[in-house]
Write a protein that binds this ligand. Structure first.
Ligand code: DP6
Length: 353
């Protein structure tokens, strides 16, 4: 008599992350061309509820319903089907399964917060748990996290870093024997100041991106500066990891900002150049640099593949920086909008029954 669980609900959440050293350029199967380092956030999350049921007829195929923010979403459903196909060699979830997945984000669309990272991480967590439940397998927490990070990577490269917090390293790096191109690893050796570091996201323009990250990665394959970039990213990973260890904020700021500008510099100098920065992105960067010089507060800016700005700074500067944003930067922001977040040591949750 087989008493295996035949249905259940798995509720997962995963937070987004912001790269300090950027992943930009990849090889087949989501293998990064260079290592990257990121901070995982607390509040900017994807919450995903997966109801599953093994159907009686073993020959019946996979049935999937996908709801994003309470509405059935065919585009997302196709993406999830493609993803299931991509990772199918890594799991043994039976084909005769019915899945109803409902997901939503705790942050607005196109806000400069990477929703594909948090969503793919939350989905990978759910599928990994499902694989364990239907096959009555269990693994150590460490192995579970590592495999989930591998699965998340297959959905979206940067998603693999959202499994760990507050700091993740993804990609093979000399001197870090635990590092891997297949999955991210938590960076354990960091100064206390980073344990509650802040990220305030300034919304410059919430419109859709002209060029996707997918396309951006692809354009790196032919980029005239690619070799120099991949070498520089390795050096920057070493430097940022050292600064994270010692709390050397001067080095931290200079690497973080140079990485952000380099990412956009690469976009502007490839075979099909494009610009994602907006005039107000540059105006705000200018203001932030002057503010830092004037106040000596250790605030750094970074930018992902879009026009919005992440301000990274120690928790103790929060009140002063918030006041500055409200008084001096509001006019440059779309509807004066900014989103406050903070790093998290536990960026994921999982519940199941
Ligand atoms: C600029 O992880 O979105 O945010 O692997 O194609 O899904 P795919 O790309 P994605 O790329 C993120 C690029 C970045 C930098 C970073 O997060 O490291």
């Amino acid at each position: 008599m087989n008493n295996r669980q035949k249905s259940g609900i798995i509720k997962t959440s995963a937070a987004s992350n912001i790269a300090l050293v950027k992943y930009w350029g990849k090889k087949h199967y989501q293998i990064p061309e260079n290592p990257s380092v990121s901070l995982s956030l607390s509040h900017s999350k994807s919450i995903t509820e997966t109801a599953w049921e093994i159907k009686e007829d073993p020959a019946s195929g996979l049935e999937l319903e996908f709801y994003f923010e309470q509405k059935e979403n065919v585009a997302f459903k196709q993406r999830v089907l493609g993803y299931l196909e991509t990772i199918s060699s890594m799991y043994s979830i039976p084909q005769n399964i019915k899945l109803q997945i409902k997901s939503y984000n705790t942050f607005p669309h196109s806000s400069g917060i990477a929703s594909s990272a948090s969503f793919m991480a939350s989905l990978a967590l759910a599928l990994k748990k499902l694989d364990e439940l239907v096959n009555e397998r269990s693994s150590s927490l460490e192995k579970f996290a590592q495999e989930t990070s591998t699965w998340a990577r297959m959905g979206s490269g940067s998603a693999c870093r959202s499994i760990f917090g507050p700091i993740s390293l993804w990609g093979k790096l000399d001197g870090y024997s635990e590092s891997s191109n297949e999955y991210a690893v938590p960076v354990k050796n960091y100064h206390d100041i980073f344990s509650d570091y802040r990220d305030t996201i300034l919304i410059i323009d919430s419109g859709p991106k002209k060029i996707s990250s997918q396309k951006g990665h692809q354009l790196m394959e032919e980029h005239p500066f690619k070799d120099a970039r991949y070498t520089q990213a390795r050096v920057n990973c070493q430097k940022i990891l050292d600064s994270l260890k010692t709390g050397d904020l001067k080095t931290f700021i200079s690497i973080v900002e140079s990485e952000a500008l380099m990412l956009h510099g690469l976009m502007m100098t490839g075979s099909k150049p494009y610009i994602l920065l907006r005039p107000n992105t540059l105006a705000v960067i200018d203001k932030i640099i002057s503010f830092r010089e004037r106040t000596e507060l250790p605030v750094a800016f970074t930018i992902d593949a879009g026009p919005n700005i992440h301000l990274l700074y120690p928790n103790h500067c929060h009140a002063q920086i918030k006041d500055y944003i409200q008084k001096e930067l509001g006019q440059f922001l779309e509807n004066r909008t900014f989103i406050e977040d903070q790093v998290s040591t536990l960026p994921t949750t999982i519940e199941f029954k």
